[in-house]
Design a protein around this ligand. Structure first.
Ligand code: NAP
Length: 461
């Protein structure tokens, strides 16, 4: 029999590592260390749990670990950074399903002798677990473009969703009062699945990052609840850390997009996209298309440049050539800064990670609030594969899906250079007025190719 103090000691080490991991992951400089700390913390947690429960069938456990490795390792190595949000959604789906199924197994093991507290916690965690599972699968399918990303809206949508959640809650309360009535449990689970499905089907466009964070928070909360049922302190702490950090991230994302939680969850934002379809040119208005040689010429005379990276830079993997262009400009004495929008790309911190990978100094990365006052005095703003995060419709057009989202004020710069392949809209599907302004130069092409050609032209001039 293992001394419980050893298990407790290992759990405490795991908890400390999880807390340090969150701290370290909040900065680009220390995030790799944070990742290692989190993985080691999980290692301690697994070993401690194996010791605590004196596992009988280690062969089954090893088989499960092997399956996990065979499936997980290639995903971790192969998934491109642009697909991390859907990969995260998939992880959440698995995590929440595991929590919900363990809760279900606990119920059937204990029933009918389940005390009120345990049954209340079990019902809560099963509802949260199943709804998060269904929601995460839909989030995955939307982000992977397996189903349309736009919100599925219909009259009375919120009423239907809340009624389903209400009935699931009522069935949960019934189980708390009559824990032996196990026949209602599948009904509760199906209703929770239905609510999760409808919840995320009704959300789309620019709100997906916030939804992922909220689902992350739900997974954490259901795991923490399960920790109470299993009397596992590590699970309570790890679940609470996950739940609260997901919640805080969702709040930060909502603030970055100037949206309230309730609005994100029930607003169905994105349904107002009336102009054209995503991926198609929206309007045939004239724009000014320029060649890289023209851009090289204007940069010859520029004293200040702000680079705004976006999702397209990630797709093109153009971060290294962006850095090279920056180096040439700096050698000429040009003041170069990067404007980083909090929801640029497809995951929180996406641009920071890519710029760090390209060895852009941290002090050159400016957050939106700090960089925005600099645009009016800036000679050239170069937008590399960004779109929504620069779209002035967010300020002016009440019918735009982006309305209310704070943007990078690139339109205030003396000249704006847009590097993208076509006139296609960005993630939200909204057309960008900026393309048609007289001070905007469009340079069409893959960001990496355009910037490589620009670099060559700059070196010649
Ligand atoms: P965006 O609005 O999605 O626009 C990206 C642009 O990149 C597109 O218009 C596309 O135009 C261009 N592009 C794609 N591939 C390219 C390539 N190889 N070379 C050059 N350009 C390329 O991106 P964003 O401005 O970064 O805004 C992010 C959007 O995603 C926001 O709406 C945000 O809410 C949403 N979102 C963010 C997160 C997050 O956590 N950061 C998560 C999910 C969703 P072309 O096709 O014409 O090239």
């Amino acid at each position: 029999m293992i001394d419980p103090n050893i298990v407790l000691g290992l759990y405490i080490i795991g908890i400390i590592l999880f807390i340090l991991a969150l701290r370290w992951m909040s900065e680009v400089r220390t995030c790799r260390r944070g990742n290692w700390a989190a993985a080691s913390g999980m290692g301690f947690a697994v070993v401690a749990t194996l010791l605590a429960y004196e596992i009988q069938r280690i062969d089954l456990l090893l088989a499960a670990v092997a399956v996990g490795l065979i499936v997980g390792a290639p995903i971790a190595f192969k998934v491109p950074m642009t697909a991390v949000p859907q990969r995260t959604a998939m992880s959440q789906a698995f995590g929440s399903l595991a929590v919900a199924l363990i809760g279900t197994a606990e119920y059937y093991t204990k029933a009918p002798n389940v005390d009120t507290f345990t049954m209340a916690v079990l019902a809560t965690e099963m509802i949260l677990g199943f709804l998060t599972f269904a929601g995460s699968i839909i989030a995955f399918a939307k982000l992977q473009a397996l189903i349309p990303g736009r919100p599925f809206v219909y009259p009375g949508k919120n009423f239907v969703s809340l009624t389903i959640l209400g009935i699931a809650g009522a069935v949960g309360v019934y189980l708390v009062i009559y824990p032996s009535q196990s026949f209602v449990l599948p009904l509760m689970d199906v209703l929770a699945l239905g609510f999760g499905f409808l919840l995320v089907m009704g959300i789309g466009g620019a709100d997906m990052p916030t939804v992922i964070a909220i689902l992350n928070s739900y997974t954490g909360m259901s795991a923490a609840a399960l920790g109470f049922v299993l009397d596992n302190k590590l699970l309570i702490v790890a679940g609470s850390l996950d739940g609260s950090s997901g919640f805080i991230l969702a709040m930060i994302m909502s603030k970055a997009m100037n949206r309230s939680f309730v609005n994100v969850l029930f607003g169905g934002v994105g349904q107002k996209i009336v102009k054209g379809e995503k991926g198609k040119a929206v309007e045939a208005r004239p724009v000014q298309a320029y060649a890289v040689e023209d851009v090289a010429t204007i940069l010859d005379n520029a004293r200040s440049v702000i680079i705004v990276p976006g999702y397209g830079m990630a797709v093109a993997q153009a971060q290294h050539v962006v850095k090279e262009v920056t180096d040439v400009l700096k050698e000429r004495g040009v003041d170069v800064k990067f404007g980083i929008h909090p929801v640029a790309g497809r995951m929180p911190g996406h641009m920071n990670v890519l710029m760090a990978e390209a060895q852009v100094p941290y002090e050159d990365l400016w957050e939106m609030e700090k960089i925005n006052p600099s645009f009016p005095e800036t000679d050239v703003a170069i937008v590399v594969g960004a779109n929504d995060v620069t779209n002035p419709a967010a300020r002016t057009k009440a019918d735009s899906p982006l309305y209310g989202m704070p943007i990078l004020n690139v339109d205030k710069a003396k000249t704006v250079i847009f590097i993208k392949r076509s006139m296609s809209p960005g993630f939200s599907g909204a057309d960008n007025e900026l393309f048609y302004l007289p001070n905007t130069w469009m340079v069409f092409g893959d960001a990496k190719k355009v910037l490589s050609d620009l670099l060559a032209a700059m070196k010649k001039s």
